[in-house]
Design a protein around this ligand. Structure first.
Ligand code: AQP
Length: 339
């Protein structure tokens, strides 16, 4: 099967499971903005049904949903150029998710490393939804016949599973209906790490606020967090190779590089031999320069929740126009009678 019969279309999403982090910005949103108007139809989602795979306070979930939408808008997602909505307003996601639960195999789910990380030793007690999450994610993508999915490195395995589900569906029903979606994982900050432990990913729901930069952090907080970020005693090396086995140092160089749209090599060329006393304040200044206009705009948008809800509602209508016929045809292929 070739992808050529499918319209070049991007789908990606972010869970409103807390405030947005620098990881979400560099690994996802900044790149979503870059793909807008670059030869693709772009569909961006606040994946609220994924957020409830772990407990969410209902009032906080509504706020977080609007905050993720505000983060998209403030960073440059244009709701006229892209379709922007929250997932639960398009019921077709949950319906296709069920079909895919019947296509995906338990053995495939058992290999998902994110589930193992999140469930840890508590696997018997987490929700069934957390286990089935990747098949709903496959539905999110394939409901639009999306050909490309920009994600951070942590989601690569889930996009590969999406391809497996599409291939098995096509094979089982002898159709060429779902595309084999391409994960787009490129750039220096595909896995922004925790500021206190360079072997762990920076996450919204990580235990300590000091381990992440939130997109809404003010300048002082950003400076304090970078100042206290774990590093090693060595200065920055002469070449990028010198950062091997220095995960915290590498992480800060990658963040600088992604924020400034330059390569990690160019960062090293500029700061070779510099100590942390020089590099960390420069990094904090750069982060403030890039994030402050976004957080100011997010604050303005959050003061008008009705406008955010209106944009998401309109986006949901547009999303539904693409999703409904694809789900209808899926039902027909599977053999489910319609009225
Ligand atoms: N640290 C990261 N580095 C690069 N990319 C990241 N992404 C998330 N964290 C990083 C990317 O952001 C997109 C949305 O992710 P998500 O919020 O839907 O899910 P997640 O990856 O589980 O994010 P968190 O912050 O870790 O959430 P919690 O703590 O609630 O589980 C994806 O493209 C992801 O790759």
């Amino acid at each position: 099967m070739t992808e050529s019969k499918f319209t070049p279309r991007v789908f990606s999403g972010i869970k409103p499971s807390g405030g947005l982090t620098l990881g979400n910005y560099l690994g996802a949103i900044k790149r979503f903005v870059g793909m807008q108007g670059a030869g693709f139809e772009t569909i961006y989602c606040v994946v609220d049904l994924h957020a409830i795979t772990v407990w969410q306070d209902p009032a906080e979930l509504k706020t977080a949903t609007r905050e993720v939408a505000a983060g998209y808008l403030a960073s440059g997602i244009d709701p006229e150029k892209s379709i922007l909505f929250n997932q639960s307003q398009v019921h077709e996601h949950a319906e296709l998710g069920w079909i895919f639960n019947c296509v995906a195999r338990v053995g495939w789910m058992n290999r998902m490393t994110q589930f193992k990380d999140k469930a840890g030793s508590n696997a018997e007690n987490v929700s069934l939804g957390l286990y089935a999450y990747p098949s709903l994610m496959a539905a999110d993508i394939l409901l639009y016949h999306a050909t490309h999915v920009p994600v951070g490195e942590d989601q690569k395995q889930h996009v590969e599973l999406t391809r497996d589900i599409a291939a098995k569906f096509n094979h089982d029903f002898k159709v060429d209906f779902f595309p084999l979606t391409t994960p787009v994982i490129e750039g220096p900050a595909m896995r922004v790490m925790n500021l206190r432990d360079g072997t762990k990913k920076m996450s919204k729901s990580g235990e300590s606020d000091m381990e992440r930069i939130n997109m809404t952090d003010d300048a002082d907080t950003i400076a304090k967090k970078f100042k206290k970020a774990k590093t090693d005693p060595e200065p920055l090396p002469e070449t990028l190779d010198g950062l091997k086995d220095r995960p915290e140092a590498r992480n800060l160089v990658d963040i600088y590089s992604a924020l400034n749209d330059i390569t990690p090599e160019a960062v090293i060329a500029e700061y070779a031999g510099a100590g942390w006393g020089r590099f960390k304040p420069a990094l904090a200044d750069l982060a403030v320069e890039k994030l402050a206009p976004i957080s100011t705009e997010m604050e303005r948008l959050m003061n008008d929740p009705a406008e955010i809800d209106r944009i998401l509602g309109r986006g949901a209508e547009r999303a539904c126009e693409i999703a409904a016929p694809i789900l209808k045809e899926t039902y027909d292929i599977v053999g489910l009678l319609r009225r």
